[in-house]
Every structure is written in C-alpha cells, then in structure tokens.
Unconditional design. Sequence first.
Length: 135
Amino acid sequence: VGCAPSYAYHFDTTASSPVAAPAPALVTARAQVGDDDTIRLDLANRSADLVQVDWTKITIDRGDHTTTRLHPATDLGWIAAGQTASAVLVPFALPRNGDAAAAYEGRTLVLSIPMTVQRKPARVHVYLVAHVHKL
C-alpha cells in the first residue's frame, strides 16, 4: 500500500469593492496565502473617515459549502483615513495529501471581510482560486 501523494497550493486572487458601501473602492483589499497556514490581508482605507473592520467576523467560504471563521493573529483596531492595515489571519489549513487536496484544484474560496464604511455596513470579498501541484 503506497502513500497518498502530497500537494502544494498557490492562489490567484481578485478583490471586490465593498458591497453595500456608499461608494465603490473606499476600501481595497489584497490577500496572500502563506505556506504557513495563514492568510496575509492588507486593507487600504481610501475614504476620508475611519473604517471599522469587524475583525472577529472574517470568514472564508471553502467552495464546498463549509465556512471557517478567521481572526487576526494580533488585535487590530480601526483603519484611519488614508492608511493601510495588515493582518495575518489564522487558522487557515488545507489538506496536503491525497484526494482531499487534489479536490481543491480550480476551486474558488471567498474571503469575506465585514466592516463599517462612512457609518454604513459594508463587506469586501477577496476571491482566491486554488491551484494544486503534486510534490
């Protein structure tokens, strides 16, 4: 009986403007998945007001009808006007072996970041398309 093959991942990413925000592109997002089971998230506040991110309610939809709640590794507050906040989101673990890992090929995962922009609820989505490579 042989061992299941091991896999590595890389992701293509795209981000949306805040959904239900007063104006598009007031907050921009960039995410990068690390090899250490984390997601690095950069949120840039392009508005003239503070942005309140609900850091404890960030989720990732794994594209298979399951959702995982992520949180920053360190406590972060509001994002000041014109500033960028960077967070390392944990826990983010993917299968590394066998069919469970191979099944992620081409799957779109959706990172959902709830926030308040100009005193109105908004949500930014970052789309992560998985590519799986046998080691």
